[in-house]
Design a protein. Structure first.
Length: 94
């Protein structure tokens, strides 16, 4: 079984990806609705379809007012986010 070392995780933010410093951890929550599409005449078998989905990211970091990555994150801002679980070298999970 492959193991990913968590302490190598990196968060990048912005249109020109900028490393966010002082990150302690991050997690991604992805959810999708499941719609019951069972109809009469289905021979007693339920059927389902995927509905709308949503996701959120939580990042815990020590505040650093000089960090350009953190400066891009402000209330109401829309920013691109890249999360790397094992560092950002070519071939690592992103």
């Amino acid at each position: 079984m492959a193991v990913i070392i968590g302490y190598k995780g990196i968060v990048k933010v912005g249109a020109t990806p900028t490393v966010m410093c002082e990150v302690q951890n991050f997690n991604i929550d992805h959810k999708a609705d499941v719609l019951d599409t069972t109809a009469l005449g289905s021979n007693g078998c339920r059927t389902f379809e995927r509905g709308l989905s949503q996701w959120s990211v939580n990042i815990t970091a020590n505040f650093d007012p000089s960090d350009t990555g953190q400066a891009l994150l402000s209330v109401g801002a829309t920013v691109a986010i890249e999360l790397f679980v094992g560092g950002d070298a070519t071939g690592n999970y992103k």
